[in-house]
Design a protein around this ligand. Structure first.
Ligand code: AR6
Length: 199
């Protein structure tokens, strides 16, 4: 057991020119990587969607482009998803078998329900994964693009929520955060260090 109390063993590994930080928590490996979410080979990838499931820019646009029109057809049938929640479709042409469409909050001033909603976005995504028997999942940094959530704050919320979840649920083998830039990856690495310190 580390000083954080739940067996965290951070390791920096450089594989295929990608900087990866792996941390083992109970039976789950939590990884931080720089990359493109659409290229991930985990069973599920998470989309940073909107509540109409209507597609858009950023991660959402990239996933629908790479996955093909079948994903949008399924989204239309589902119809929508409230903020803070998530729904699942197949992965179309993606390597991932499933896409979990998660709707994060739009950031206003941080004084409203943003934090609670961001927590529930991550939690609901993980619960859907477990219900489906999914063992590996990749997340983008939800709400920190078009929805304007400051990434330092959002990364701590995301990591705390995920760590709490995997302390209580042993079903997932791999949870991977796929950060789009070196600077976003750095923020997540620093936040993980802080969150572990507080653990
Ligand atoms: N792989 C990984 N991360 C990415 C990728 C990618 N291919 N593309 C962008 N990012 P955003 P949000 C990063 O805007 O803030 C859409 O229009 C990006 O740099 O995708 O939750 C939806 O339809 C940023 O750090 O999601 C919604 O209307 C992070 O992913 C709205 O945007 C999230 O940025 C959702 O906004």
């Amino acid at each position: 057991m580390s000083s954080a109390g739940y067996g965290l063993n951070p390791q920096h590994v450089t594989r295929k020119e990608v900087d990866i930080m792996d941390t083992n928590i109970n039976s789950t490996t939590l990884s931080l990587v720089k990359g493109d979410i659409t290229q991930q080979d985990t069973e599920a990838i998470v989309n940073a969607a909107n509540s109409r499931l209507a597609g858009g820019g950023g991660v959402d646009g990239a996933i629908h482009r790479a996955g093909g029109p079948g994903i949008m057809e399924e989204c239309r049938k589902i119809g929508g998803c409230p903020t803070g929640s998530a729904v699942i479709t197949t992965g179309g042409n993606l390597k991932a078998r499933y896409v979990i469409h998660a709707v994060g909050p739009v950031y206003r001033d941080g004084k409203g329900k943003e934090k609670k909603l961001l927590e529930s976005t991550y939690r609901n995504s993980l619960e859907i994964a477990i219900e489906k028997g999914i063992k590996s999942i990749s997340f983008p940094s939800i709400s920190t693009g078009a929805y304007g959530y400051p990434i330092k704050e959002a990364s701590k919320i995301a990591l705390c929520t995920i760590i709490d979840f995997i302390k209580a649920n042993k079903e997932l083998d791999i949870i991977r955060f796929v950060l789009f830039s070196e600077s976003d990856l750095k923020v997540y690495e620093e936040s993980l260090g802080k969150v572990k310190g507080e653990g």
